[in-house]
Design a protein. Structure first.
Ligand code: ATP
Ligand code: MG
Length: 362
C-alpha cells in the first residue's frame, strides 16, 4: 500500500535516509526501529510530505504521493507524535474535534464521533471537558490517538507515541492499540526505540541503521534469523526468551505428565496415587472438568514425604504468551503449571522442560 522505491533524503551532504526500498502493507502494523538519528522520523515524515525526498519515489496505492492534493493526502493520514501535540487551551473534546470541524461536519456527527473515539481509546465521557494538563501522560496519548483517528484516516503514523510513558502504562497502551487495530485494521507505521514493543506490536519490523534498511521481516524471522550482528545486538542476548512472546500458551500445552482425581477422593487415596506417580502432578477435577485444587508431594529433609493440598493453585490462561507464562512460573516456582479457561476448565499443563525446548528451537 505504501511503497518506497530507492528513496533518499540528504541533510547537508549526509544521507538521513539512504536508498530505501520498502513496502508497508495495508491493514497491518509496520514498526520502524533503530538507534537515534538513523532516519526513522525522516522516513515517516516523507509519507505525509512534511519532508520531501531528494531521490526515489513514494507511492500510495500505486499512485505517487506528489500526484495527490496535499491537503487531501494529509487528511487521509493520521499522525501521533511523542508529546502528542495536543492544543493545551482546548478541551479533550475540542482537540479530538479539530479535523472533523475543518471538514465541516455537523455538530451531531462530530459529537457522536468524539464519544465513539473516547470509548474506543477506553476513556469515559467525563474526560471530554478536561484540558490536557489535567490528564496523565497515558491519557494524553489516548486522546492523541483518538484525535489522529477522528476523520477515519486510512493510514496512521505513530512516532514513538508511548516513549514518555512508564513501563506499566506502556504495556496497557500497547494492548489498547492492538485491540483497536483488531477493529479498525488501519495501515499503521509505528516508530519505536523499544525492541520488546516492536516485537509485540509489529506485523513486520523494519530495522534501520544510519539511514540504511538493515532488515525488514516478521518478528518471528527477525528473532530466529537476524540479518547481521547489528540486529543481533539490537535483539539482545535474550532473543530466545523474547521469541517466546510470539507463541501462545495453548500451542505448547500437553495432556500428559499429570493425573486427575475427583473431589471425593480421600487424602489416603490421593497420597497413594501421588506416591505411585512421583513424576506427575495431581489435580482435583470435578465432573465438568473444572480444576478444584492440586496436591503437592513434598519431600522433607529426612526424606519422608508429605502430601499438601492447595485449593486455589497457580494457573495460566491459554491466551497468555509463553513469555508471560514463563514469568509466572519463575515467580511462583511451579515447574509444571495447569492451563485453564476463564471458567477454570483444565486444558492441560505447560512444563519448564517444554518451555526450555521452545526457547531453543531452531
Ligand atoms: N531538518 C533537519 N536538518 C538537518 N538535519 C536533520 C534534519 N532532520 C533530521 N536531520 C538529521 O537526519 C538524521 C535522521 O534524523 P531522524 O529525525 O530521522 O532520526 P530518528 O531516527 O527519528 O532519531 P530519533 O530516534 O532520535 O528520533 C539525523 O542525523 C538528524 O540529525
Ligand atoms: Mg525520531
Amino acid at each position: 500500500m505504501i511503497t518506497f522505491s530507492s528513496v533518499s533524503k540528504y541533510f547537508e551532504k549526509t544521507a538521513a535516509v539512504n536508498n530505501l526500498s520498502v513496502d508497508f502493507e495495508h491493514g497491518s502494523i509496520s514498526v520502524i526501529i533503530g538507534p537515534s538519528g538513523c532516519g526513522k522520523t525522516t522516513t515517516m515524515k516523507m509519507i505525509n510530505r512534511l519532508i520531501d525526498p531528494d531521490n526515489g519515489e513514494i507511492k500510495l496505492d500505486g499512485k505517487s504521493i506528489f500526484d495527490y492534493n496535499l491537503v487531501e493526502l494529509r487528511r487521509s493520514i493520521g499522525y501521533v507524535i511523542q508529546e502528542t501535540g495536543l492544543f493545551p487551551h482546548y478541551t479533550v473534546y475540542d482537540n479530538i474535534a479539530v479535523v472533523p470541524r475543518l471538514l465541516r461536519w455537523d455538530n451531531t456527527r462530530i459529537q457522536n464521533r468524539v464519544y465513539e473515539l473516547l470509548d474506543l481509546v477506553t476513556l469515559n465521557e467525563t474526560y471530554s471537558n478536561k484540558y490536557p494538563s489535567q490528564l496523565s501522560g497515558g491519557e494524553r496519548q489516548r486522546v492523541g490517538l483518538a484525535r489522529a483517528l477522528a476523520a477515519d484516516p486510512d493510514i496512521l503514523l505513530m512516532d514513538e507515541p508511548f516513549g514518555a510513558i512508564d513501563p506499566i502504562n506502556r504495556l496497557t497502551l500497547q494492548d489498547v492499540l492492538l485491540e483497536i487495530q483488531e477493529e479498525i485494521k488501519k495501515t499503521i507505521i509505528f516508530v519505536t526505540h523499544d525492541i520488546n514493543e516492536a516485537i509485540k506490536l509489529g506485523d513486520k519490523i523494519a530495522i534501520m541503521d544510519r539511514g540504511n534498511l538493515v532488515q525488514y521481516d516478521t518478528p518471528d524471522i527477525i528473532l530466529t534469523d537476524p540479518a547481521d550482528e547489528f540486529v543481533e545486538e539490537l535483539l539482545g542476548h535474550d532473543r530466545n526468551v523474547k521469541a517466546l512472546s510470539l507463541i501462545k500458551t495453548r500451542e505448547l500445552l500437553q495432556n500428559h505428565g499429570y493425573i486427575t482425581i475427583t473431589p471425593g477422593t480421600t487424602h489416603e487415596e490421593a497420597r497413594a496415587m501421588a506416591e505411585e506417580n512421583p513424576a506427575s502432578s495431581v489435580f482435583i477435577q470435578d465432573d465438568n472438568g473444572t480444576l478444584m485444587g492440586r496436591y503437592y508431594l513434598e519431600t522433607r529433609k529426612d526424606k519422608s514425604r508429605r502430601l499438601k493440598k492447595v485449593d486455589d493453585p497457580w494457573v495460566v490462561d491459554p491466551n497468555m504468551n509463553l513469555n508471560e507464562t514463563l514469568s509466572k512460573m519463575l515467580q511462583t516456582g511451579e515447574k509444571v503449571i495447569p492451563v485453564v479457561t476463564r471458567k477454570r476448565k483444565l486444558l492441560g499443563v505447560v512444563t519448564l522442560g517444554n518451555l526450555f525446548n521452545a526457547a531453543n528451537r531452531e
